[in-house]
Each structure stands twice: as structure tokens, then as C-alpha cells.
Design a protein around this ligand. Sequence first.
Ligand code: HEM
Length: 517
Amino acid sequence: MAHLLYSLVFCYLKSNYGLALLALGFISLACLCIGRAGSFVQRLPLPDGHELIWGHERLVFMHEPGHAFRTWIAKLGPTFRIKAAFGAPDILVLSDPTGIAHILQRKIFDYLRSFVHESHDSLVLNDFATFVENTGSPSCELNILTWTAKATLNVVGRVAFLHDFEGGNSREAQDIITARRAGITPAARYAGFLSLMLLRRFPILNDLPIQAIQAQGTAKRTIQAGVAKEMIARNKSFVNPGEKREHRDLLSLLLIASLEDRLSADELSEQISTFIMTGHEATTMTLGFTVWELSRNQGIQDRLREELSDFTGEPTYNDFQSRLPYLDAVLKETLRNFTGEPTYNDFQSRLPYLDAVLKETLRKYPGLPYMERVATKHDIIPLGQPVKLSDRSVTSQVEVSPGQIVLIPIIAIQRLNSLWKDAEKFRPERWLEDLPSEVKQYPGWSNLLVFSDGPRSCVGSRLAMFQYKVILSGLVTRFRFGAVPGEVTLKIASSIQPWIKGHEARGPQLPVSIQLI
Ligand code: HEM
């Protein structure tokens, strides 16, 4: 029966999106009536203000990322439920550190880890300097994201795939960046939200030719049809499964896995596009947000520049490595045994303020603002802070059934005033002080959830932090950044994206003024 209904909806979708929506709304209403009464999660506190079709999800979408969750956490505590769109079962929202640690650290690790390889980005820095010089004026304005995208793509190409994206200027690099930008704008619009809600409720819609849905995959398809094919063809003959130890880059490891039939051709292509996309997207945004914050906080920018100039003078990537022997040793240790646990706190001992700027950016602008997990079996999630149920009893655990969606509102947790005191302020100094004890209860690298935690945490976090530090050091010692008028609003299009109010059509923007030092 449900199948028949979906087929009908498909016909509508092909011809009329509005009618199809109505039909899906109808099905959802039917689902709403059937509901999931009686589950434990239904006894958790529920914020006011949900709508019949949208539940609370439209409210979440309409405000700045994290805003709705922060309001609800302040009112109901860290554990509650919200109504999902289209009559899907209620979503468990979990900001409780004990519960989060339970969820993120239970799964068995089964992801192929990558090796980091040598990288050079002086090419990109020089390219940037030439760009600024060529403007012919002492200072110019630029959307810094256009440049950080090129820089990070260049690093990921060289580090993971032995591929030269020519400082992000090659045709294929430009194709990837353009495709990604083309995918972001529709995803952040209302139609994008609508598509996401429909997809979550009716995953079968994934293959339909709806622009806001398909736009998400444009960059992936661009990579798979272009550079991924090229990389595979060019490198396949160089790898030899018998000499695994000689091959330390990710591409060779993937190719060996494919030659040994541990990875299908499709999986190989998926892995390459996933690593290229995830490997440059979040770091692009993190670096962009840092530069933007520095442009508005000259004191912080000066302090950082001072720390770096005491240390490096005029650094290139290679200088950076040779002048930081300990940092270099940590990197080499990482190369030698990637599955070991090189401590990134080691970075702190040498450049503590740079480290603090990185952490403060990741706290305020987590690339992935919300993280979702779906329970695959019945489970009991322990809580640090008890929650009051609808029958007024108090509990320190939440029972979940298979299929239950659990949402961890990372950006809300990392911007909660009750945790951080002055959460909206960009203040790297907080990382040089003792963190509040409530913050220390959270799992994750430096008590942040920005890279997730546990076995499925970000496999690229070490590379991300290393390339961030290298690139930012180069930028801050060679350029001065200044503020440009314009109000930035944040939206979510799979990752967190900045828009300038009134200039949304230009896509994600973080404009700053730049001066050569
Ligand atoms: C600042 C930069 C970065 C941030 C904030 C970030 C954040 C994250 C987060 C939160 C996850 C977990 C997602 C989830 O479970 O739903 C993740 C997973 C992942 N990240 Fe990153 N990431 C960054 C950079 C990178 C880089 C540079 C690479 C690769 C070169 C990378 C590759 C991956 C991969 C492959 C996964 C999936 C891991 C798995 O499912 O086991 N990331 N990242």
C-alpha cells in the first residue's frame, strides 16, 4: 500500500512539485495519527511551538544555527525531544555530556585511516601575494573563502592523493570549487530545508531530479567524472600490493584495496570524492571564519602575528617545518604510525596562541553544526543531568528503540552562555585559561564536539589542524586583514555557511580587506 502511495507521489513529483508535497503531507498526516505513542522518548520534555506538518524543524531552520536549541536547553535542560517534520517520530535532542560520550564511543572502528604525506603551500601563498600586489593599491577587498578554498584543495590534493591542483588554479580545481558553490546556495534556501525534511522522511526520493536535492551531489559528481578517474588511471600501474609499506598516501592505499578486491570500483570513486570534499570544505570554512574574526579583532590578530614573528620571520611551509623541530617531529611520528595517538596538545606547547585561535574558531564555527545518529538497536543512554518526564518522575537515563533519531546540537552546546560565560565572544584567551568545569565534562578533542569523538570521529582532524596552522601562520605574517562593512548571517547547507545580509545571491561570503605587510 505504502509503495503504491509512493509511486503516485513520484508521478506527481515529475510533473508538479507542489501537488507532490501535498500528497506527501497527506501521507505524513496519516503517519502522525498512527504515531509512536508509548515510547520512552515521548515522555521527555517537549518545547512549545511545534507545527502540525513541520514539527519543530522549521523553527530550527528559520533561526541562526543553534539558536532554537540554546533557547530550549535554557528552558528544559540538556535532554529533551522535538517534533520532527512530516510526522516522523520525535527526535531526541541530546546535549548532556554523559549521554553524548555514550553515543560517540560505542561503535567498533572500521574505517580505513589515511596517511599524511608531505605538502607545500608556499605556491598558494605566493599566488595570493601576487594577487594582492597586482591590484596596484595598498589594500584590496576579497571574499576570503575563494582563497581558502583554493589553499585547502591544494593541500588535500598533494597530501592525500599526490595530485597537483596547481594552487587551486587548475581547471579541475576550479570545476570542483564552482560545483560546490553551485550546490550550497539552493541547499541553504527554504527549498533545501524542505528537500532535507522530505529526504529524511522518504529516503526513496533521493534519486529524483529535484534541484535542491541533486545540487548537493554536483561537486561529488564533478570529482567522480573528472579528477578521480584521472587519478585512478594515472596511478594504478604504480601501486603494488606486495609493497604496501612503500605506499603511505591515501590514494595508493585505496588503489591497493581495490586491486585486492576489498573495495569495488564504485567505492573507490566514492572514497576519493568523499575525501576531496570533506578534506577541503570544513577547513576552508574554519580558516575563512578565523580570518574574518581576526579582521574584526585587530588585538587578537596582532598578538598572533607577534607570536609567529618571534618564531618564524618570513615563513614558507618548509621554513615552518624546519623552524619548528618539535612540530616536525610530531608530524613525522604521525607519518610513521598514523594509528598511534600523537597528541595535538604538543602543538600548544610551541605556539599556544595559534592553538587558542584555532580552538576558538572551531568552538564558535563548528563546520558540522548538528550531528545526527540513528539507533540501530534498543539502548539505554545514561545522563549526567537527570531529566523530568511527563509523569513528573525523574530519570538519569533515556531508553531508545531502533530507528530513534538522536540529534546532538554541536553549535548550540559550543555557544551556550551557561557553559562558556561569554559564548558569543571570539576570545582565544579562554583556551589559555582553565576551562569551566562544566565544559570539561564534554567528550571530544579539547572538550569540543567539532570533530565528533570516538571511533567514527573525523579521520582528517590531524591533517585539518596541521594545514590550518601552516596556512594561517603564512597568512598572518604576510598580510594584515581589516574589517569590511556587512552583516554576516549563518545558514546550514550540510556545513555551516556565511551569507552577507542583502547579498545572498552572491553565495557564501566572508569579505575582508587585505594589505601586504
Ligand atoms: C576543520 C576541519 C574539519 C572538521 C571540522 C571536520 C569535522 C568532521 C566531523 C564532525 C565528522 C563526523 C561526522 C559524523 O559522524 O556525522 C567528520 C568525519 C569525517 N571527516 Fe572530517 N572534518 C574536518 C577536516 C577533514 C579533513 C581534512 C579530512 C580528510 C582529509 C576529513 C575527512 C573526514 C572523513 C573521511 C570523515 C568520515 C569518518 C567516518 O565516518 O568514519 N575531515 N569530520
